[in-house]
Design a protein around this ligand. Structure first.
Ligand SMILES: Cc1ncc(COP(=O)(O)O)c(C=O)c1O
Length: 419
């Protein structure tokens, strides 16, 4: 073999494959409502003006050399204050915070710092990218299917049989791909399982850690509240690594500032690993983010605007699907609670197209919707569920409300053509 086994066995992203098909159709002049990528159109959802101006000013001020390995002190302080003020989480900016070029390097570093090859990593499915991080770290992935009636969030009962001897439990709320969140009770019960498992382990055994990805936590809608493990169960503090950052909640996916916080012993090693990879956030972006986060009114106003826009789009898609359902179409949706995603059911499995093809998998439904309805969505099978689970992720950050509204009658017409 000319390349490593690790490289050879890496699986490509299904989302990117669908994205390429979408680009090709757009190139051919077709109108597509593209709800595939978990990103924002900057024309619809720009970053906060304070962040944009801060980045420009930082470059003009010559902030162009290496940042410190853990992130600049002001950035760590600002993130620590932000989390203390808004979530009541108390972590030291000096040695319990790590800044990186977005949250992905931090997730990868957490895996490498905690997981040995062959260790078991438990994660609920659908889930975003944990399969890839398991592959990169040589972990055995233990995927736990979740249920639509629980909004596709895992329950303690579902996870309990898998935690014995596991090294990492990877959780996310608000969840990509579903746009749903943990209830307080469900997360408390899961936290209690982890505490019990760690009490059972001997002093020389590696504990069970939680990787808690809360990258979407500021994007919750209406009365929905965000919960996190250490606030609910302070005794978990030594076992939880939090993943956070500005990518999603400030529509700043291209700005690349993420941060992790958690126990010093783990964060130190993550810092050392990322130091070798060099995945620091650009210094000017850190300077600007450190200036943005303390501006409470500006942040609150920005978030209100962002959430209003996202929710209008999510509600339009939700209402449209519920309306079609009321008319007898085989579709459904789960109330959007957070993030930028809607969970939609489009159960055209077993139906036959006008050209005589039977839609046997959600991938085939996806292709059909793209060509017949000009509607691009991602099946949950891209996030680890079965190819015949008729659920899809609709991501609304990169399309206008008008485009989403216009796609709904096209969906109806495409479903009408099936027999
Ligand atoms: C749950 C979750 N975590 C982390 C990330 C990565 O974010 P970043 O752009 O900061 O690397 C994403 C991006 O899609 C995500 O959905």
């Amino acid at each position: 073999m000319r390349i490593s086994r690790l490289a050879d066995q890496m699986s490509g992203s299904e989302i990117i494959r669908i994205g390429n098909a979408v680009s090709e159709q757009i190139r051919q002049g077709e109108t597509i409502c593209n709800l595939t990528i978990g990103d924002f159109d900057p024309k619809l959802f720009p970053i906060p003006a304070e962040l944009r101006d801060g980045v420009i000013a930082a470059y003009q001020a010559g902030q162009t050399n290496y940042p410190p390995a853990a992130g600049i002190a002001d950035m760590r302080q600002a993130a620590a204050d932000f989390l203390k003020n808004r979530l009541g989480l108390s972590y030291s900016p000096n040695d319990e915070f790590l800044v990186a070029g977005g949250s992905r390097p931090l997730i990868y570093a957490a895996y490498l710092a905690l997981v040995d090859p062959g260790d078991r990593v438990v994660f609920p499915v659908p889930s975003w990218n944990n399969n890839h991080y398991c592959h990169l770290s040589g972990a055995e992935s233990v995927m736990v299917p979740t249920q639509p009636e629980n909004d596709f969030m895992p329950t303690a009962a579902e996870l309990a049989p898998q935690l014995k001897g596991a090294t990492l439990l990877a959780l996310c709320s608000p969840l990509n791909p579903t746009g749903t969140v943990f209830s307080k009770k469900d997360l408390e019960e899961i936290c209690d399982l982890v505490l019990a498992e760690n009490q059972r382990r001997g002093p020389d055994e590696k504990p069970l850690y939680i990787l808690y990805d809360q990258i979407y936590w500021l994007l919750t809608f209406g009365e929905t509240q965000h919960y996190d493990p250490v606030s609910l169960r302070p005794a978990l503090r030594d076992y939880v690594v939090y993943i956070d950052g500005i990518s999603k909640c400030f529509a700043a996916t291209g700005v690349r500032v993420g941060y992790a916080f958690g126990p010093k012993v783990v964060l130190d090693k993550m810092k050392a690993l990322l130091g070798h990879i060099g995945a620091w956030a650009p210094k000017a972006e850190q300077v600007a983010t450190a200036k943005l986060l303390p501006q409470q009114t500006a942040v609150d106003n920005y978030l209100t605007g962002l959430k209003t826009g996202l929710q209008a789009s999510l509600n339009a898609a939700y209402d449209g699907l519920k309306d079609l359902r009321a008319q007898g179409y085989p579709v459904d949706a789960i109330v959007p609670a957070g993030a930028i995603y809607l969970t939609a059911k489009i159960d055209a499995l077993g139906r036959t197209t006008a050209t005589g093809e039977v839609l046997a998998t959600t991938k085939e439904i996806t292709s059909y919707l793209l060509t017949e309805a000009g509607l691009a969505v991602v099946p949950f099978s891209a996030f680890g569920t079965a190819a015949t689970d008729p659920w899809f992720r609709l991501s609304v950050g990169a399309e206008s409300l008008a485009s989403i509204q216009a796609a709904l009658p096209r969906l109806k017409a495409a479903l009408d053509k099936l027999t």
